[in-house]
Design a protein around this ligand. Structure first.
Ligand code: ATP
Ligand code: MG
Length: 419
């Protein structure tokens, strides 16, 4: 062990487990790629104001969880705590919204929040996200929910639920907000929560503490205060999901951690994860663009947590069928064989066959052990006598059977499907 450890609340992705992470990222991205979403990558840090305005001054993310630092040049930057504000900033900066709407983008990367570390909650974590910018169309909201659902299903997950709600818009939310504040002011709440009533009362609905939840019986719900346009919009989203055969639960108390959500709001929760049950979430954020200085661009998006999705796979006992990292492992016996097999390994790789080599001048025993450990289906073994005859020994690691194959023919032989 070295003197250094990964910082608190972080962990390293190392083989063999890292392969499942890559596969999860791929599985979430695949439905987006075939649905017209283009890949976007933004910096790991941004002007702190982008998040203060875009995520919201009153959110936990901005008040408590953000890594903020000052550069030598005096700029105040923050490690990105989430993706949406950055992606929208990038789209505006590149004027993508002037080239046809909606702008559909997907991203994948690391995010940073100074949280109390626990299982499923880290200070550095990974998300894959998608945003559809600049169109108000219930089919877009439905599309994104369907694509996230498809991604989870493609991984074999089934023990998750989709919670759905509408948060209204600037027509109906203000009156609801006032009614909610009236109700909440009559409750027995601590000082922090009382302050929240003034700044962002909807957030109180999300309070997980039983003592608070118990008092919320009879709380006014937004669904009873939605304006006609919001009601109609929400009904259409629900219908499209039903048509697509995607099950969801109406959750009238669902709000989300970010300030900028309007109308459609949803969360994917997994029932095998204990208290860190949200594997992903998102919604419509019609006001965000204007909040960060852009034109009105009604948009919808989600972010799925890769770390928690991997935990969900574990919870359901799902082992992804990952192709072996190495198909062929070459074991040379002697200097001449080393030269010849090393060349063959390069040739195999160029032909698309995953191949590795017994490095470090190992003896046959250690080399065969390395071949075993690699998970390779085949070992190619050659010594002086083999080469003199123009052959290599092809060993099937599963059956243990071995046969000579002409050196000239080995690449074609191993390239064939099923070899
Ligand atoms: P939570 O309520 O669990 O704090 P959140 O509402 O803060 O989640 P979002 O900002 O919506 O989460 O992020 C989307 C997804 O990213 C979450 O559903 C979760 O899977 C993942 N995520 C968020 N924060 C963390 C974290 N600290 N560690 C690991 N994954 C995280
Ligand atoms: Mg959070």
């Amino acid at each position: 062990m070295s003197t250094f450890q990964a910082p608190k609340g972080t962990y390293d992705l190392i083989p063999p487990d890292s392969a499942a992470y890559l596969a999860v990222r791929e599985a979430i991205a695949a439905p987006l790629r075939r649905s017209g979403y283009g890949y976007v990558e933004t910096p790991g840090f941004e002007d702190v104001e982008l998040f203060a305005r875009g995520v919201g001054e009153s959110t936990d993310i901005v008040t408590k969880e953000m890594y903020v630092f000052e550069t030598k040049g005096g700029s105040r930057l923050a490690l990105r705590p989430e993706g949406t504000a950055s992606v929208l900033r990038a789209a505006l900066q590149a004027n993508l919204h002037k080239q046809g709407l909606p702008v559909k983008l997907w991203y994948s990367g690391s995010y940073y929040r100074y949280e109390r570390p626990q299982k499923g909650r880290y200070r550095h974590f990974s998300q894959v996200g998608a945003e559809a910018i600049g169109a108000e169309d219930p089919a877009l909201d439905a599309e994104l929910i369907i694509l996230a659902n498809d991604a989870y299903r493609s991984l074999g997950l089934s023990n998750f639920r989709i919670l759905l709600n509408s948060l209204g818009d600037k027509e109906c939310r203000p009156a609801y907000r006032a009614a909610l504040q009236d109700f909440l002011r009559g409750l027995d709440l601590d000082e922090d929560t009382r302050r929240r009533i003034d700044i962002n009362p909807l957030r109180v609905l999300d309070d997980k503490r039983p003592a608070v939840q118990a008092q919320l019986v009879g709380v006014p719900l937004l669904r009873d205060h939605l304006c006609e346009a919001c009601k109609e919009y929400h009904e259409q989203v629900r219908e499209l999901l039903n048509d697509a055969g995607v099950d969801f639960e109406d959750d009238p108390k669902l709000v989300r951690g970010l300030d900028y959500y309007t109308r459609t709001t949803f969360e994917f929760v997994h029932d095998g994860l204990g208290s860190q049950s949200a594997v992903g979430g998102g919604g419509r954020y019609d006001g965000l663009s204007e909040m960060i200085g852009g034109p009105a661009l009604p948009s919808v998006g989600w972010a799925l947590g890769v770390d928690r999705t991997v935990l969900a796979l574990e919870a359901e006992g799902i082992e992804l069928e990952l192709p072996a990292a190495t198909t062929v492992f070459a074991v040379p016996l002697g200097e001449e064989a080393r030269r010849v097999l090393f060349a063959k390994v390069s040739e195999l790789r160029r032909a698309g066959v995953a191949a590795d080599f017994a490095y470090g001048g190992k003896g046959i025993k250690a080399a065969m052990k390395a071949a075993n450990r690699s998970g390779a289906r085949f070992a190619v073994v050659a010594g002086e006598r083999d080469l003199a005859e123009g052959v290599v020994q092809l060993k099937d690691m599963r059956t243990g059977e071995q046969e000579p194959v002409a050196l000239d023919a080995i690449v074609d032989r191993l390239r064939a499907p099923g070899a």
